[in-house]
Design a binder for this molecule. Structure first.
Ligand code: NAD
Ligand code: MG
Length: 410
């Protein structure tokens, strides 16, 4: 068996750690070429000692120093590369066959795009890349014959349920016989929380997801269901499906990861325990199935699967995301940028939970009034992202309870 070289961007995060877990189960199949981390240098050093990569990428010189300290002197040290450019270059390294794009937020776009432009197998966890730059990204995949495999559990499930499963997305034509895509959503930690109590929920409560153990940003996105909104946009780009043929249904157990409805009435679902190692192993082994370390699904112990309609007053962010998708790319960029700013402010206790959707709504309104021009390059995307961030940041600037009022008045 020929060993594949893998680069894991965002290896210190939740998806990154799960990827290393699966990779280490298959030393005959995979070898780590590169790892990257932004903050937790102790974790990155520990991962480098475990996986012995050729290189690691860190954000700046002080992070490089910290990495050296934690790595110690005992073993040959990997090459240390520094900065954003190095991140994108590493994603395109000749030595690497597969790139796990698991950086959070728009920060992950340039490196994910670089991997696509270099024709790699791109295992895409970073949904923000597709939300902000869907057309650019999918074009790069096609033009450079990259192999795109979705890691987001819903999209990985849909990929498995499509008639074209067994082919990579680069050659996925609009799938014959498909009526709709049905994304499942757990509803997050506030699914049954009293609506009038939501004004006072804390970051700790928002991050306590009932089924999945994830990074902080995506955990808050799951609570507001902006995450599902980002996933609707992601599904639109991955599967060439219009917004009005992508549904969302609440499924509190998170066992059915998503479904495809066909014209003949068939609905195909992909099931499994909520563990990211399943979609990660699927993408790593594709088209083969490999061991992931995931517990077998016990249907009898589970006993029932429940479904419910989405309460729109509880999750205004989902409606905003559908609106942004209908508006076009600039709105999707603004949606994502405003959300990143608002969630960071909420996590720092500078913004109340309910103001997250208000910041997004105001930013989308602001964006609609801006002169519209085509968004055809990475630079265009990053420029518009920055503009929207600046606007959203101004909305979040005050601290304390006056923030809600300020956002409402903007
Ligand atoms: P996380 O916060 O746990 O990890 C994020 C990683 O990105 C870390 O390695 C961090 O060092 C790195 N990073 C953060 N900011 C960076 C920057 N400015 N530049 C370079 N690197 C940076 O996040 P996560 O939960 O692992 O999610 C990663 C991505 O995968 C997100 O886009 C998320 O939406 C998506 N995703 C995650 C899950 C999950 O179960 N965690 C499921 C589906 C999709
Ligand atoms: Mg998901």
């Amino acid at each position: 068996m020929t060993q594949k070289n893998i680069t894991i961007l965002g290896s210190t995060g939740s998806v990154g750690q799960s990827t290393i877990d699966v990779v280490l189960r298959h030393p005959d199949r995979f070898r780590v070429h590169a790892l990257s981390g932004h903050r937790r240098m102790e974790k990155l050093a520990e991962q480098a000692l475990q996986t012995q990569p050729d290189c690691v990428v860190v954000p700046d010189d002080s992070a490089a120093e910290a990495f050296k300290q934690f790595f110690g002197m005992g073993q040959p040290r990997p090459e240390i590369r520094v900065g954003k450019q190095a991140l994108a270059q590493t994603a395109a390294d000749r030595e690497t066959d597969m790139v796990m794009a698991a950086i959070v937020g728009i920060a992950g776009l340039p490196s994910a795009l670089a991997a696509a432009c270099a024709g790699k197998r791109v295992m895409l966890a970073n949904k923000e890349a597709l939300v902000a730059a869907g057309s650019l990204f999918m074009d790069a995949v096609k033009t450079h014959h990259a192999e795109l495999l979705p890691i987001d559990s819903e999209h990985n499930a849909i990929f498995q349920c499509l008639p074209t499963a067994g082919q990579s997305l680069a050659c996925l034509e609009p799938a014959g016989g498909v009526d709709r895509l049905i994304l499942t959503a757990s509803g997050g930690p506030f699914r049954t929380y009293p609506l009038d109590g939501l004004a006072h929920v804390t970051p700790e409560q928002a991050c306590a997801h009932p089924n999945w153990d994830m990074g902080q940003k995506i955990s808050v996105d799951s609570a507001t269901m902006l995450n599902k909104g980002l996933e609707v946009i992601e599904a639109h780009w991955l599967f060439a499906m219009p917004a009005d043929r992508i549904d969302v249904v609440i499924h509190p157990q998170s066992v059915i990861h998503s479904m495809v409805q066909y014209h003949d009435g068939s609905v195909l679902a992909q099931m499994g325990n909520p563990d990211m190692r399943t979609p990660i192993a699927y993408a790593l082994g594709f088209p083969n199935r490999i061991e992931a370390g995931v517990a077998r699904l016990d249907l009898v112990a589970l006993s029932r699967l429940e479904f419910d309609a989405v309460q729109v007053d509880r999750y205004p962010c989902l409606t905003l995301a559908y609106e942004a998708l209908r508006q076009g790319q600039s709105s999707c960029i603004a949606l994502n940028a405003a959300n990143e700013i608002a969630v960071a402010a909420f996590l720092e206790r500078r913004l109340p939970y309910l103001s997250i959707s208000q910041v997004i709504e105001k930013t989308l309104q602001w964006e609609a009034g801006q002169p519209q021009s085509s968004v055809s390059s990475l630079e265009d995307v990053m420029y518009r992202d920055q503009q929207a961030r600046t606007f959203a940041q101004a909305l979040c600037q005050t601290d304390g309870s006056s923030v809600s009022q300020r956002v409402l008045n903007a």
